[in-house]
Design a protein around this ligand. Structure first.
Ligand code: 5GP
Length: 193
């Protein structure tokens, strides 16, 4: 098991409905030392890639993306989930269905912050059905920028997102791939890395 898998076993909680709660270290309270290890690992896995920008989605991707960005020395842009009066000018917009909240959101990025010459690394906390990622991918494509890679903390391998994204030809790296989990016993099994 790698460092993230060990932490999931130690502090993750399996909930009914295929939800893994990791709010004590990943997406509510945040363990920055752990994020730093994740950043170093993504840097190693995407070592051959030239990255100019990291793109994530609010809210829980932002913390991870910021620490990862310190390993790539590039700015972070996050897609906003609602139309903010603070966003001026033209925007890229994508529709995203939320796995945890069971609703549809529009996510938006100002055209100012994603340029055709950008080489983008997409970072997010979870990959389940892939809706969040598909939204981010469509925004990058609309901008005419290139997607150099996708880095995910926890992929739920029993849901179709990972397969769909890899089948589209993207370089997707997930630090922990959950193969199965059981809410009754609280056990989590990981795919062989
Ligand atoms: P997807 O769009 O791939 O179906 O879901 C991705 C998003 O849903 C993630 O950004 C994450 O916020 C949320 N999510 C999906 N599955 C889980 C889960 O098991 N636990 C938690 N905490 N969030 C999840």
């Amino acid at each position: 098991m790698n460092f993230l898998e060990e932490r999931i076993v130690k502090d993750g909680i399996v909930k009914e409905g295929n939800v893994l709660k990791v709010d004590s270290f990943l997406n509510h309270q945040m363990d920055i030392g752990l994020f730093d290890q994740m950043g170093a690992e993504f840097r190693r896995r995407f070592a051959e890639k030239e990255i100019t920008k990291i793109l994530t989605i609010e809210a829980s991707g932002i913390g991870i993306a910021c620490v990862v960005a310190q390993h790539f020395h590039v700015p972070v842009v996050f897609a906003k989930k609602s139309k903010s009066i603070n966003i001026e000018g033209e925007m890229y917009i994508a529709e995203v269905e939320s796995f945890t909240h069971k609703c549809k959101n529009q996510v938006i990025v100002s055209k100012k912050f994603l340029l055709p010459e950008d080489k983008v690394l997409i970072i997010d906390d979870f990959l389940a059905n892939g809706c969040a990622l598909q939204g981010l991918i469509s925004i990058v494509q609309e901008a005419g920028a290139s997607i150099e890679g996708i880095g995910i903390a926890i992929e739920k391998g029993f849901q179709p997102g990972g397969r769909t994204i890899r089948n589209l030809g993207f370089h997707l790296e997930s630090l922990a791939i959950v193969e199965s989990m059981d809410a009754e016993t609280g056990t989590v099994r990981f795919a062989e890395s």
